[in-house]
Design a protein around this ligand. Structure first.
Ligand SMILES: [Zn+2]
Length: 167
């Protein structure tokens, strides 16, 4: 049982049960008008697409989790965000959606499709998607080593920093 103590940075009590940051849709879709979304997008809670003018301009997105280790916690803080992937990766993920064999898949490449408010410049950061099984969302690990989010994922954050993602 984790005891809550006043944070040494801000004095507030941070609970691991606080709601985690999550994006309902990719930024590119949220930016569209309702009419364009109706016309050009296919949206579910896990997979989205924007239909372009030709075969090469369609865009594909998969909802993922960015796990971030929090110092002194056994479970990570998960940012719920969308990843833009190629048509090939999107098709493959669709194909394996209900299959246990997705655990044997190699990593796929993708780009973060949401701007994390407190991590300026995070939109379109490169990373790797790992499928985690038919009942759980894929994990996404940032590979751009210069970014703050890369450092967050690799080194971990404090409880105070985790609470700040939603600011
Ligand atoms: Zn704090």
């Amino acid at each position: 049982m984790l005891e809550l103590v006043a944070c040494s940075v801000c004095g507030e009590l941070h609970s691991p049960d606080e709601i985690e940051l999550a994006f309902k849709r990719p930024d590119a879709i949220a930016a569209l008008s309702a009419i364009d979304r109706e016309k050009f997008c296919k949206e579910t809670e896990d997979l989205c697409a924007i239909w372009g003018k030709d075969d090469d301009s369609h865009r594909f997105f998969v909802r993922s989790l960015l796990p971030i280790k929090v110092v002194a916690r056994s479970t990570p803080y998960n940012i719920g965000a969308w990843i833009e992937v190629s048509k090939e990766v999107f098709s493959r993920i669709n194909e394996l959606w209900d299959s246990d064999s997705q655990l044997h898949e190699p990593l796929y490449t993708g780009k973060l499709a949401n701007e994390i408010p407190t991590r300026s410049g995070s939109l379109e950061l490169n990373g790797h998607i790992q499928l985690t099984g038919p009942t759980t969302r894929p994990n996404f690990m940032i590979s751009d080593t210069e970014s703050t989010l890369f450092a967050d994922q690799q080194l971990g954050v404090t409880e105070h920093q985790a609470a700040e993602y939603r600011k």
